[in-house]
Every structure is written in C-alpha cells, then in structure tokens.
Design a protein. Structure first.
Length: 494
C-alpha cells in the first residue's frame, strides 16, 4: 500500500510494478481522478479532502490494509512518513513499514532528541538548547548564553513551519509565542527549541541507506541552499563547493548517527556549512526526501527499489567504495503559485500541458491537462530534473527544459526558475540560504516591468481589495497557509 498521493505515490507505484509487486492506492475525495489512483492495481477511498480526515487517518489506512491483505506500507514523504506512532501501529498489525523502525524514528524524528543523539555520536552541531524550551524565561537564558541572532524552531516539525529568526531580546517573547502557536497548528506539538543563527550558511544534506544487517552507506551530498522562508526551491547534486575530504567527513558523521540510533532504510542528515567549510548538524529526515531524484541521477541508483529490497530483509547490494558520483543534477520544484503576486496560490483547472523532454531531462509528475489542482494539499505540481556532465551544462539544460514547459490555466513558478538559473551569482555558485530572499528583494515584479497599463491597474485594484478586512476569513488567517486562505476566497466566488 502507498499511503500517500501525487507524484511520490506514482513514483512508488512505478517502482513496485518494475519489481513485480502489486499495489494498493488510497485517495481522498479531491483525488478521486488522480493519476496515482488510475495506476494502482487497487484503490480505496479514505474520506473527505482535508488531510486530517483522509491521508492523516492512520486508523482508516490500517483498516484498508487489513481488508486488502497488504504486507507493507510505503509512506512517501509528508503525511504519516515520520509518524513514529503510525510506524509502531504498522508493526503491531504485522505490516512492514518501509522506513526506519519506530524506535529510531522516535530518537531522530524529534529535532531536540536528534540533537542529543548527535552529541552522543560526536557530531558538530549548531550551539543551542538540546531539549524543548519550558518557557520564555528559559529561552532568554539560552539566547543570552549563545548570543544573538538566534533561531526558534519547532521540535516536531520541518518545512519552515514554527521557525522564527530573532535578532535581539525585545523580539524574543513575541517570536516564541508565534513559533509555538504555528508549531502546534502544523504538527500537533507546540514545543520549540533555540539555536544560534549562523550567518549566510549553505544547506548541505547527506543521503543515507541502511539495511537490517548493520550496513550503512552515504550516497554523496545535495546542496539545498536556494530556499524561500526555509522551504527548499532548487536542489542539486553534488554541491559545487564540497570537496572529497568534506564529503567524506560529513558522510562518516551521518553514518555514525544512523548506526547509533539503529536506523534502517533511506534517510537524510542535514547540515549547515559556513564560509570556512565547518559543518554543523541540523536535523535528520527519517524518510525519503522530495529531492531524492538528483541523488539517483548522479549515482545511477534507484532509491525506491533499494528501499523495497531493504524492507524485504535483503542486504545492501553495494558497499561504500562502490558509490561514485557522475555528472551534475539540478531539480526545480514546479509549484502552482504566482511569484509575482507574493507567491499567492493558483489553484484551478490545468487547461494545457506541454512537458519538456530530451537528453538528460527527468520529470516526476502526477498532473495532466484537465486535472483540477486541489486546494487542500501542498501545491507542488512536479519535480523537473536536469543531468549533464558539468554544473554549467546542467544549468543550461534546465533552462532549455523550462523554456519548453507549458502549463496553461494556472500560474506557476517556472518564470522564477528561469530568473534564478540565469542569475550570475547562482551560475557562479555564490549561494547560501538567504540568496533567494535577497534576489527577490532586488527583483521588480514582471507586472511592473512589462505589463500593459490596464493590467497594472487591474492588479492594483485587486491588491487594494484584498487589503480590506475580510470578515469571511478567520482572524488568524494571516498565520495560516495561504493555500487554505485562497481556497476559502475561491469558494466564496462560486
């Protein structure tokens, strides 16, 4: 059973079919006609569109599993993929969870417990608290010890939720309350911790694979420094700045952490790297990553096949010395959003779809012309990947593919990627986690550059109207997902 939706569900279904494994899909009402439903051998309804009533209902998923007789779950990423309680429930139901055991997930899935495990594994990490903050007084004490600026982070989450940068003590109380509140809404836990904010770091992560026989290897690194509000936008492998010695030291540290926690299957250890090439443990993602295709492209390995084989009890078919990196791969996350309107979501009907192809191009996608992009989930449409012998050639190949890509009926961020990949700093690999925010701050919107006056006037009128109080949207909507807010407003127009 694939307990997920969209492109990752379709990706796993394809891997299973190649290995001769029958598949069971699940879907919400919003996904009744989705591609993963059509490609699965069997598919069953979970419930209404909201994830809390469908894809997050572990009890419903286990009930379907019992009725259909499945013997394994692949959780994909998101939803229940890092839920230790669900992994434990699968074990009790005698259904294999394709991921780490619940015990390892419990240790490494929590950001604070993972920091404690990193200390035990002798990994360098960002200075800060190693447990959840009890109150604002403790937050002030820790911040004073390590010095400002600092970063508040959700202990149970990721993806930029429950994170606040704090430059001085006067901001701390309000930021603490806001981070805790957002963490509670996003992850069901308001616990936050605090760490030193490293100025202009690069975000480098190491892909791991571990079998159930004590073997663990690392598959090189990915650079994920191009981010917006702590959400990754572009990923590439390998990093343009990581040399063999740094790759080895980070990889060996990541393996030590995984082995110390009894980790199995695929996982990713994330690091921050400063200008002096010092690396610091950030967190571990106990699942398959969104950006796994770039690692597959440069290693020639199929991570989902290997996940399934590890879950079957097979030893890893390769050793560390067998891992080699060939070429350079770049991934762009194509989203249904409008970068020139503050990244406002763009749900609706895809009226036309022309997908890129040609040498070195891969697209992981689950949309089609005539598909209605739903409002209830992450607005990612596809992952476009380019592979070439060098980074410069991969950038040019990606630009060519983006130029071929046509998605009609909705707004997308394709134009943003074209601007980034053509930018001198990106081409020279002069990037860090603040790079995209600086680029956006200095880039005028397309509407201001080239749109006719009538269009500009219309956009201004829309902005003016949207600035007025909207009594149909709850008072805390500013802190909610814009995707959800867009859904409410769209519904009011019907």
């Amino acid at each position: 059973m694939i307990a997920n939706r969209g492109e990752i569900a379709l990706r796993v279904i394809r891997a299973c079919r190649e290995m001769g494994l029958a598949t069971v899909g699940v879907y919400s009402d919003a996904d009744r006609s989705a591609l993963h439903v059509l490609h699965a051998d069997e598919a069953y309804r979970l419930g209404p569109a909201p994830a809390v009533e469908s894809y997050l209902r572990g009890d419903l998923i286990l009930d379907i599993a019992e009725r259909t007789g499945v013997d394994a779950f692949h959780p994909g990423y998101g939803f229940l993929s890092e839920n230790a309680e669900f992994a434990d429930a699968c074990a009790k139901a005698n259904v294999k969870f394709i991921g780490p055991p619940a015990s390892a997930m419990w240790v490494l899935g929590s950001k604070t417990r993972a920091r404690q495990a990193a200390d035990a594994a002798r990994m360098p990490r960002v200075p800060g608290s190693v447990k959840e903050l009890e109150n604002i007084a403790e937050a002030k004490r820790v911040a004073a010890e390590i010095g400002y600026p600092v970063m508040l982070k959700a202990a149970a989450g990721g993806g930029g939720k429950g994170m606040r940068a704090v430059t001085n003590e006067t901001e701390l109380a309000a930021s603490f309350a806001a981070a805790s509140s957002e963490a509670e809404r996003s992850f069901g836990s308001g616990e936050v911790y605090l760490e030193k904010l490293i100025e202009r770091p690069r975000h480098i992560e190491v892909q791991l694979l571990a079998d159930e026989h004590g073997n663990c290897i690392y598959l090189g690194e990915r650079e994920c420094s191009v981010q917006r509000r702590h959400q990754k936008v572009i990923e590439e492998a390998p990093s343009a700045v990581v040399k063999e010695d740094l790759r080895r030291r980070m990889g060996e540290a990541a393996v030590r952490l995984a082995l110390s926690a009894g980790y199995t299957n695929a996982g990713t250890v994330e690091f921050l790297v400063d200008a002096e090439q010092n690396f610091y443990f950030l967190e571990m993602n106990t699942r398959l990553q969104v950006e796994h295709p770039v690692t597959e492209m440069v290693t020639g390995l199929d991570l989902v096949h290997l996940q399934l084989r590890v879950a079957m009890g097979e030893p890893l078919p390769i050793k560390q010395e067998d891992v080699s990196l060939r070429g350079h791969a770049i991934e762009c996350r194509i989203y249904a959003e409008d970068p020139d309107n503050n990244f406002f979501p763009s749900p609706g009907l895809i009226t036309r779809l022309v997908q890129p192809g040609g040498p070195g191009i891969r697209e992981d996608c689950a949309v089609f012309a005539g598909w209605n992009v739903p409002l209830d989930y992450d607005p990612m449409l596809s992952k476009l990947v380019a592979l070439a012998p060098t980074r410069e050639m991969a950038i040019d190949r990606m630009l060519r593919a983006l130029d071929e890509y046509v998605i009609g009926g909705i707004k997308t961020n394709i134009g943003l990627f074209q601007r980034i990949l053509a930018h001198a700093d990106f081409r020279a690999a002069r990037i860090d986690t603040g790079y995209l925010e600086r680029l956006l701050a200095g880039s005028p919107a397309i509407a201001e550059e080239s749109a006719p006056e009538a269009v500009v006037a219309l956009v201004a009128a829309i902005f003016s109207a949207s600035a007025q109080p909207d009594t149909s949207v709850p008072p805390d909507a500013a802190t909610e997902s814009r995707w959800a807010v867009a859904g409410r407003r769209e519904g009011l127009r019907l």
